[in-house]
Design a protein around this ligand. Sequence first.
Ligand code: OOG
Ligand code: NI
Length: 454
Amino acid sequence: MTLWVSPDHIRDRFSQAMSAMYQREVPQYGTLLALVASVNQQVLSQSPELHSRLQQGGDLPRLGVERHGAIRVGTPAELAMLRRLFAVMGMFPVGYYDLSEAGVPVHSTAFRPIDDASLRYNPFRVFTSLLRPELIDDPALREQAIAILAERDIFTPAARALVERYERQGGLNQQDAEQFVEQALETFRWHEEATVAVGTYQALSQEHRLIADVVCFRGPHINHLTPRTLDIDAVQQQMPEHGIDPKAVIEGPPRRQCPILLRQTSFKALEEPIRFADAAEGYHSARFGEIEQRGVALTRKGRALYDRLLAEARQTPAADNAAHQAVLQDAFNDFPDDETTLRREKLAFFRYQAVPGVNVTPSQDVESLIGAGALLATPMIYEDFLPISAAGIFQSNLGDAQRDEYQSRSHQAAFEQALGGQVTDEISLYAEREKASLDQALAALGMSEQPATG
Ligand code: OOG
Ligand code: NI
């Protein structure tokens, strides 16, 4: 009998291989990693409580592994093949993000692990965007972009064969898994040679810089990787001292006692030399480094409150990050900032665990069980992305030229058709995981199930 390598292990190996490749390709990313690691160490030594919490949760050894990366593809067939490729690594499409609202002609999902054990093993996700050529105004240019994309195959023949083998067998053996990682990596590699002449590049770039990035190369080069920081404000502040040029503001919610959702910032994309198909030489900027700090996942009610307060804060223009954070702090005064209120008001998701050895009676409800110390509720980490933040990250590497919003409605159905499957609704996933943990904890305490939050 052959033993299949677990998809979690393949994902872990792949994220490590990707990190090594990206540090070689973009040395400044290595500088960012070193800065993040040193700030993390500093935070840990100043906060023994956080240190022991991370240690107990088994998080310490994985603190330094990348949390996500991002790519942009050009055709439905490329996206569909990526879905199959990521499945080999236990990564499935979760969430739908319409970036056209922010003037970026793509829509996206995140391929990520789904269950608790896989997330704990290695949460690596890939934010994956699909170009929407129908948003290219000029019909001739649109047709040209589609024709150029039709010519390329972003997967190696061996990668395709191994995906097929995985699907046929239901797994890969050790040797195949190693080859798979090596072959899958090829899709994400940088190419200095554009596939088009300089004139075509410029025409596409004029339409939107992102379109040139997607269309003019042999593959969807990984455009950033993102480690986890324990203090995003400190890293943002220290970047310039290390020769790194950060984007203007940290995206997402403000700094809080109880962190919610996701805070992100990045350095601006680098100008990199490229050669065109007609031997002309030029520069392309697409690749950067990002950092993230995650907090608790919000329920639909909590998310609606977040969206409202963020929209409110965005009414006030801010000159710099300090001003922006002050405006956010002000707006988010209306968002409860302690775990008990977040839980009682059903604004956030929690994971429940039974505490053995406490006397309980069958009539006790969840609140009184928590009060009695029989039930432990810990915040469930947000594993997904935020469309407005993502738009901010995209903008940071597209230069300052602003683009009007595209007049288009969300096209989730078209995206799913291209994908060849549905995306999972992220909030339903958190609700299911919360309910499963509560059911299990109550059963362990000898009690019956309780209704879930949504
Ligand atoms: C993806 C930008 C979105 C994030 O962290 O929100 C993203 C891209 O630039 O392709 O990665
Ligand atoms: Ni990102």
